[in-house]
Design a protein around this ligand. Structure first.
Ligand code: NAD
Length: 395
């Protein structure tokens, strides 16, 4: 067996009513005055109040920052770090999707380095200081940021999404309470769920995959295949929501160790340059990128190994005698079919042109994607022409 490392240091607290455990988690970490991070949409929907009510009932004093923008921003990260220091806070609670959790990672990292501009920590393993106590409470089931070593923050001045990776960025505890995702509308449920599916598939096919990340990825794919249609059809299906939250976490832990590939490289640059939401970008690009990898030399059978987990009926139809390449193609077909189903049932766009991307932007997107760190872990090397070919197919 090839030598490997796998780390998932976050304490995981999952299941119905687990939000009630937050005050104890804070007390265990010596936190008496946290800064609660969220976004305006979650305040309006009453999702953030579910958490602040728990703190109020337990008599925990806190400050609130509720202005995290979608995809976050470097300016906001630095503003939050200043606010935390001014108000004398001693820990973070992030309730929200990846944008809120990643903004919190950024501010916490900047404080850990005594207020340095977060931008200076861009790249891999630059950060060496421990973060202040940090509890993440995800309200989407997609990014897995509550357990990942990654923060993705937009630099709005440079029109780019910057990636930061360090084991120091992993939150200390994650609370997965299904009541917090029940308000996600079907479209967002679908796109964030497909983000988690992308993490699992890219982790499983990354050149840095290992047996533990594989096991996490496979379980995540099974849970998403079984529960995403249910959660889209009925938002308050608590069992489906709990399983999707778990799938997102497993996929996050898988890719936090194995890394991701071409879908993310292109998705980050579509986010930075064209402001396409992350899950939406992942969903649109995924089948096209899998098809690209299949036709450009990814080793035969690697996607096909996942067929029975994503689409057991299709795997059974093909039978045990099917060739690896045949399973690969069936897997890719199933991804296209999934997208078509979410497009038909919930109106999720499948083309970049539907989202206002101008055709003349594609060249810049392809160029920026080539420099994204995720491209390094894709088994097949991506040239500028390749990146453009995939974008054209998605246009
Ligand atoms: P998000 O945090 O940007 O939220 C999207 C929208 O969903 C917001 O308007 C928010 O208010 C709303 N929302 C969130 N929870 C809701 C709920 N329960 N009910 C109703 N509405 C809700 O979306 P996201 O997809 O979770 O995060 C995307 C960000 O995370 C991107 O910046 C992406 O690059 C980043 N990301 C980070 C990692 C990582 O490991 N750190 C991995 C993947 C993506």
């Amino acid at each position: 067996m090839k030598a490997f490392e796998f780390a998932c240091p976050t304490k995981i607290i999952a299941g119905a009513h687990t939000l009630d455990k937050l005050p104890d988690e804070l007390a265990d970490r010596g936190v008496e005055h946290p800064l609660v991070m969220t976004d305006a949409g979650l305040v309006k929907l009453g999702v953030a109040a579910k958490l602040t009510d728990v703190l109020d009932a337990a008599g925990v004093a806190y400050d609130l920052f509720d202005q995290v923008p979608p995809d976050s921003s470097m300016d906001v990260v630095n503003e939050v770090a200043r606010l935390y220091a001014e108000r004398g806070c001693d820990g973070f609670v992030a309730i929200g999707g990846g944008s809120v959790i990643d903004t919190t990672k950024g501010a916490a990292a900047s404080l850990a380095c005594e207020g340095v501009d977060f931008a200076t920590l861009q790249g891999s393993e630059i950060l060496h200081a421990d973060l202040p106590p940090f509890v993440a409470v995800p309200t989407t089931a997609g990014t897995g940021s509550e357990v990942t070593l990654v923060a993705v923050v937009a630099d709005t001045h440079k029109h780019a999404k910057l990636s930061f990776t360090s084991y120091k960025l992993v939150p200390h505890a994650a609370i997965l309470d299904p009541a917090l995702t029940s308000s996600l509308p079907p479209k967002l449920t679908a796109t964030t769920g497909m983000d988690a599916l992308t993490h699992a598939i890219e982790a499983y096919t990354s050149i840095q995959k290992n047996p533990v990340s594989d096991a996490f990825a496979v379980k995540a794919i099974e849970l998403i295949a079984q529960n995403l249609p249910r959660a889209c059809a009925q938002g308050d299906d608590a069992d489906a929501r709990a399983n999707l939250a778990l799938a997102s976490l497993l996929a996050g832990a898988a890719f936090s160790n194995a890394m991701v590939g071409v879908v993310h490289a292109l998705g980050h640059s579509l986010g930075g340059l064209c402001h396409i939401p992350h899950g939406q970008a992942m969903m649109m690009l995924l089948p096209h990128c899998v098809r690209f990898n299949l036709y450009h030399g990814v080793h035969a059978g690697v996607y096909g190994e996942l067929l029975a987990h994503l689409a057991p009926d299709r795997a059974a139809e093909l039978g045990p005698a099917a060739m690896p390449a045949e399973r690969d193609l069936a897997f890719c077909d199933e991804l296209f079919a999934l997208n078509e189903r979410y497009h038909r049932d919930y109106g999720v766009p499948l083309k970049l042109s539907e989202l206002g991307v101008e055709h003349n932007q594609l060249a810049a997107v392809a160029k920026q994607a080539r420099y994204d760190g995720a491209a390094l872990y894709n088994e097949v090397e991506i040239t500028l022409e390749d990146a453009l070919e995939i974008l054209e197919a998605t246009y």
